[in-house]
Ligand binder design. Structure first.
Ligand code: 5GP
Ligand code: MN
Length: 385
């Protein structure tokens, strides 16, 4: 399989290299690793960030990097742009509280920390523009910056060292391969700190929806290596999939039974309004994964989930089957982006940043969705390339 890997060095040159995947491993560029090692050695204070509304891959990759750096004696801290959802709180077990800052409650410490960092890692996020309120601080920081990410279109200009690869399951998988290439680990997974190994396995599991999508030979190689060094997958599965609330399961049942509708173009959609969320007392993270469920229906090509946010918009999640582009729909109609078959964005019912609202009120969301999906499927742009 031919893949592109983008490497950028301190000199400022960006090289797009054709590289061969040997089937089992993600090839990590040696020169880029050397550059990273030099930066890590030279740095004391390190900050690690990920995308807004952190998911399992964002939390897994940042915690894995945190514990790797702590094991090297660095003064490292993770800064999340939003509070972690309750469903992922278990991932923080074993991480000292002082090594995790959350916006906005720790905003003063986060601001000070970013400005005083020697090195910043941006994980599971292709651009500082996806770091919410942290963006201006991260852009203004005068230190070296490293990107390790699996999304399309990395913002190469903003980083000194880049590991960018889309042909992997997750940022966790790419980070696993970067760590395995570091001189102190030298391809021996048993030298990855245990808590990093567990975090990597957890993030990969959530981003693949428990091995249901985006699984590459290298994903299974990673999983095998991590199981081999003692990662407890049963505990991860129990924490992720068997520790939820009753209200969450009842909401899912309600949404699929009462709320889900199908369009003439075989698009399934669900709209979770504030009223429904408060009726079920739903908390952040409890709808994660719901958008996948309608894809169980044979005829359904794409599933769209709208969730009303109190800041004047619906958060949009889109999943599609092979051959249909979710990201195309997010980009064209929902100010968003993401991956070919898993993407997201926003639908504004209030003007935002000087831009007009997409719809005049939340009640217009369904009409908008029907109009744009019909347009999308008529246009022919829905086909995956
Ligand atoms: P989710 O539906 O799980 O929130 O997001 C699925 C994918 O779409 C993730 O890879 C995420 O990074 C991407 N995504 C979600 N929301 C946005 C958005 O507002 N803008 C962009 N560019 N990507 C998004
Ligand atoms: Mn990810």
């Amino acid at each position: 399989m031919k893949c592109n890997i983008i490497c950028k060095f301190a000199s400022g040159t960006i090289g797009i290299r054709k590289r061969q995947m040997n089937g089992n491993t993600v090839n990590i560029d040696t020169k880029t690793v050397e550059r990273l090692e030099t930066l890590v050695r030279a740095s004391g204070k390190v900050s690690i960030v990920a995308h807004i509304r952190p998911d399992g891959d964002a939390v897994g990759s940042t915690l894995a990097m945190l514990h790797y750096l702590l094991s090297r004696g660095k003064d490292a801290v993770v800064i999340y742009s939003d509070p972690l959802p309750e469903t992922l709180a278990f991932m923080l077990r074993g991480t000292p509280e002082e090594n995790v800052l959350q916006w906005p409650s720790d905003s003063d410490s986060a601001r000070e920390r970013i400005a005083g960092s020697d090195l910043i890692f941006c994980l599971d996020c292709n651009s500082f523009s996806r770091t919410g309120d942290l963006e201006p601080m991260l852009r203004a920081a005068r230190c070296s910056k490293v990107l390790i990410d699996h999304h399309l279109a990395p913002d190469a200009e903003s980083f000194d060292v880049i590991f960018s690869e889309t042909a992997v399951s997750s940022a966790c998988e790419l980070l696993f391969n970067v760590l395995m290439s570091m001189p102190d680990i030298h391809a021996d997974a048993s030298l990855i700190p245990a808590i990093s190994a567990t975090s990597l396995m957890t993030g990969m599991t959530t981003d693949t929806n428990n091995f249901a999508n985006s699984v590459y030979p290298s994903t299974l190689t990673m999983a095998s290596a991590l199981l081999g060094v003692g990662v407890d997958r049963d505990a991860i599965l129990s924490n992720l999939y068997q520790s939820g609330t009753e209200k969450r399961v009842r909401l899912w049942g309600y949404m699929l039974y009462q709320n889900m509708k199908l369009t003439d173009d075989d698009v399934a959609y669900m709209i979770l309004t504030e009223e429904i969320a408060s009726e079920f007392n739903i908390s952040e993270g409890e709808t994660e994964g719901l958008v996948n469920e309608p894809l169980r229906i044979a005829s359904v090509k794409m599933s769209i989930f709208l969730k009303q946010d109190d800041a004047g918009f619906f958060r949009v999640s889109i999943r599609s089957k092979k051959g249909f582009s979710a990201v195309g729909c997010s980009k064209a109609y929902f100010h968003g982006g993401g991956h070919e078959n898993a993407s997201g964005g926003r639908l504004f019912f209030k003007a935002n940043d000087g831009n007009p609202a997409d719809i005049s009120s939340p009640s217009q969301a369904e009409k908008y969705l029907l109009k744009v999906t019909s347009e999308y499927f008529k246009s022919g742009d829905y086909e995956s390339r």
